[in-house]
Design a protein around this ligand. Structure first.
Ligand SMILES: [Zn+2]
Length: 111
């Protein structure tokens, strides 16, 4: 499962960071998930809860921030939200993705 492996690596990053900073507990983890990653935020939350048991991150709140797929046209510079994977600009140019591919921890709150 996609989300399971991803959650595992997120958790290990979070725990490494918490240990480095001598935390007693991880309070919140914020994760940016791009639309193009096809990752289901609810699944990540679920697995995180499951996998973080008996770790510093047990009981941590997982906040998923969904980043919509956006692209910019290199010819006219217009930016739009991409729907139905339609990358054609009104001017005829082919738009390039500028957001929506991210999968990153944007913030970790510890105690
Ligand atoms: Zn254009």
């Amino acid at each position: 499962m996609h989300e399971m492996a991803i959650t595992e690596s997120i958790l290990s990053i979070v725990l490494a960071e918490a240990e480095k900073r001598d935390a007693t507990r991880v309070k919140t983890v914020k994760i940016e998930v791009g639309e193009l990653t096809n990752i289901v935020g609810d699944c990540v939350q679920f697995y995180f809860e499951l996998m973080s048991k008996d770790t510093l991150a047990s009981g941590a709140e997982v906040e998923i921030e969904e980043v919509p797929l956006q692209a910019r046209c290199p010819s006219c510079g217009s930016v739009k939200k991409i729907e139905n994977l339609d990358f054609l600009c009104e001017c005829g140019g082919v738009m390039k993705i500028i957001a929506g591919k991210e999968l990153a921890i944007s913030a970790i709150e510890i105690e």
